[in-house]
Design a protein around this ligand. Structure first.
Ligand SMILES: *Cc1c(COP(=O)(O)O)cnc(C)c1O
Length: 334
């Protein structure tokens, strides 16, 4: 595996820190918790999509595109980071945002990520929920092409084998950090959605023979669907790296018990996790992804799934800009 073989445009502040979460670990009374700060990738207030965009934007530039297009939910962190990356390299950005959640909340609809999309100069069109967003994106892209635009489309979440290379890179980076400080990682836990993060990590860890189990906490799809999506993308990523068949189905593990009512709808566990990380560690999670991932981690610790003495790394995938689209979900005492 040699990532330098693939075009890459540097966008992220790397390496991101790997830090202990001392107060939170003591509070929960379970394993030693560490946090890999991919919320600190720099661009656009950070997040996991920036690592993927390093490889995606490089491909767009190599193809001579003048416009990048992608899709996501209204409060998509991926859309926000894509808008910023496009601005940085001088490409136009057009976003197709799905109204995946029924709400008239003005903060959800115009603050948080949406506000930043606009600040970065992206143009936006919206679609009602339930349609085929990949097909919608293709249609919009074709439309722009007939008007002369050279469009590079990025799938939802930047999750294709090119984007997943960003998380192969993260696996290498994290393993190097752990080796440097003599940290033996027993488990890595993170939120999983469009599957590129977990697919890249599982592929990278496998090709490095790291033998570190990885757990994705789902935010939308049922377990079998999520694991299937991650495995399929991991297989394609391994093949892109010249190692077809490297990842086994048993390497891909997702827990989808923390989705709650559905995508983008935080529940009591999500809010508790966000408040705990803020008040114990000064760290901002988000209500759609990292809050649910952390809620899963916390609940599994309470259930004894991870034990005292184990070293657990929570990969923080970012998303804090989304908090400002979700202020209604918090009920602070005066
Ligand atoms: C997109 C996203 C995820 C999920 O990553 P995938 O690669 O889509 O599975 C997790 N956390 C945050 C904050 C995200 O924006």
């Amino acid at each position: 595996m040699h990532l330098a073989r693939f075009p890459r445009h540097r966008l992220a502040h790397l390496p991101t820190p790997l830090e202990p979460m001392t107060r939170l670990s003591a509070h929960l009374g379970g394993p030693d918790l560490w946090i890999k700060r991919d919320d600190c990738t720099g661009l656009a207030s950070g997040g996991n999509k920036t690592r993927k965009l390093e490889f995606l934007i490089a491909e767009a530039l190599a193809e001579g595109a003048d416009t990048v297009m992608t899709h996501g939910a209204v409060q998509s962190n991926h859309a926000r980071q894509t808008a910023a990356a496009a601005a940085l390299v001088g490409l136009k950005c057009h976003l197709v945002l799905e109204e995946r959640i029924a709400t008239n909340d003005p903060n959800y609809n115009a603050n948080g990520n949406v506000f930043l999309d606009r600040l970065y100069g992206a143009t936006i069109e919206r679609r009602p929920t339930g349609g085929d967003m990949n097909a919608a994106l293709d249609e919009v892209a074709e439309n722009h092409r007939t008007k002369g635009a050279r469009v590079y489309t990025i799938p939802g979440g930047g999750s294709n084998p090119t984007g997943a290379l960003g998380y192969v890179n993260c696996a290498m980076e994290l393993l190097g950090q752990a080796n440097d400080r003599g940290l033996v990682i027993d488990h890595i836990v993170h939120a999983t959605g469009s599957a590129g993060t977990q697919a890249g990590l599982v592929t990278g860890l496998k090709l490095l023979h790291a033998d570190i189990p990885l757990l994705g906490i789902g935010v939308r799809a049922p377990k079998a669907v999520q694991e299937g999506n991650v495995f399929k993308l991991a297989a394609a990523t391994a093949e892109k790296l010249g190692h077809p068949g490297a990842v086994a189905e048993s390497d891909v593990v997702a827990n989808t018990d923390y989705v709650g009512e559905g995508y983008g709808i935080p529940n009591a566990g999500t809010i508790e996790a966000i408040e705990l990380f803020a008040r114990m560690e000064g760290i901002l999670l988000d209500p759609v992804y990292s809050g649910k991932g952390a809620a899963g981690l916390i609940d599994l610790i309470r259930k004894g799934r991870f034990e005292k003495g184990e070293q657990i790394v929570f990969l923080h995938t970012g998303g804090s800009a989304g908090l400002f689209g979700y202020t209604e979900a918090f009920d602070f005492a005066a």
